[in-house]
Design a protein around this ligand. Sequence first.
Ligand code: AMP
Length: 190
Amino acid sequence: MRLIFLGPPGAGKGTQAQRIETELGIKQLSTGDMLRAAVAAETPIGLQAKDIMARGDLVPDEVVVGIISDRIDDADCASGFILDGFPRNVAQAEALDAMLARKGLALDAVVELTVDPKILIQRILTRAAQSAEGPREDDTEEALTHRLTVYDQQTAPVSAHYKKQGLLRAVDGMLDIDAVTQEIKQSLGI
Ligand code: AMP
């Protein structure tokens, strides 16, 4: 299956994508993780992305579209993938549509985790405090508030893009973790 997981920072996309990755044997592709690895390795993309990420802005579309286009050609994505954190705006969604069409591939579904925005900051701060790797550079309250604004302005419209295509499945991300996984599986018919 080829899936997208949508939802604001702190909605639980990463956790749920990992569970579905295990369940279906398809790769979770997190642009955030890939960019953080590039920053740590100080690659040219990492150096370009570092400050943008630290303040919670989006890195340029062509950078993430290029990363995803290359990654989904890898052999481990042949049976499918879950895009986590991509697309982040309508231009990226349109670029993804064109890219998949060129590769002769199609999406099966887009799962949107819906969460009350009021709980997100606390959820992310708790996650940061509990993380074995320590807090992320963009997990400060200031960067977080900005990430949520960017989400509202740029990423929220992506849902409508996929709704028009009949691919959108909304799942209540406020349930406990196991219940969310069950709802996602049900929405995908697996
Ligand atoms: P995430 O781990 O998904 O919260 O992403 C962390 C940061 O990486 C974001 O705040 C952006 O700076 C950057 N990023 C991740 N995915 C994208 C994307 N699809 N487009 C632009 N920037 C991205």
